[in-house]
Design a protein. Sequence first.
Length: 375
Amino acid sequence: MTTRSPFPAPDRLQSALDTVHRAGMPGIHAEIRDGDQVWRGASGVADLGTGRPVDPGMRHRVGSVTKTFTAAAVLRQVEEGRVRLDEPIGTYLPDLVPGDRGRQVTVRMLLDHTSGISDYLPHAFPSLKGWPVLKGLSAASLDDNRFRTFRPAELIAMGLAAPPGGAPGGPVGTYSNTNYLLLGELLEQVTGVTAEKCVTRDVIEPAGLRDTSFPAGTRVEGEHSLMYEALYGLVEPPRDYSVYDMSWVMTGAGLVSTVADLNHFFRELLAGRVVDRKSLAQMQRTGPVRALDGGRTLDYGLGLTRTEAPGGRVYWGHEGTVWGAGTTSQTSADGRRQMTLAVNLMRWNKPDASGKPQPHAIDGALAALYQLALG
């Protein structure tokens, strides 16, 4: 039986954010809602050099939360009859995905990460080859690629050339950004406009989001935090990567948004106002998917994850990371309880002698915040 916890007192929420900051997070900001009750808060600094404080209204690189937007744009094309979920991707993109793979991998398999197509990340960032095993890695590629502009087809080719992560349609999926770059190319093929313009026109604007956009250059427009990457202790002290060419992951993790906009988006999505109810039901058909970090299995649908809070309440949403920035957005199935938070330090866990990342005080502080906010 699902239980509904009361909305936490503002001082408890602020204390939970302060605990995350004291545990080692430079800055964190969040919006937590329950129906008409809304709390926004922040703790820590946006810039370690100047001490500029973080603010809950700041824009932020939201990483793979972008995948929910891209998935919704694809479902809109399904609703309009231009795309079929169970059609092979080779029907639409025969030059990008030729041969048996093009005939076996469907649009649905790209959306739910059961395509078996590997992630291109270790090939676009060769100093990270072997991740999630940390031995022998370096941060060199992060700096080498800061101002590099990738073409989607270039990255897709890297993922297709890598050994597959599994058979198409297998019982356990493997998370892969290559899938979502292919979906971006699909959107461009069937609409005749860029994927970014399609997502903006069909998802961002109809949802009424004012502060959500794909970046036009290497910088985040508007007030934002610096974004510090530690790369499991390989970058010491952590380095700011807020200025970055995001072509390496655009329709997979390129969006910039705010915590308020993300909460609004997921309310609209779960209310059937971004895609129709039939499409939403497709998005909520989940199965197990191995996360990129290798340590978790996600309950993943079509661009949506399903989680269950200790009280039994089901939440839908997504989390995301890019270099230096992390975001988590969760909304209860009834749309009432929501939590979206953003942090400006990533991969803070340092490895032991075997190369395995070790627990950090930030982990426990974030877990306590999630439990308080989600009930």
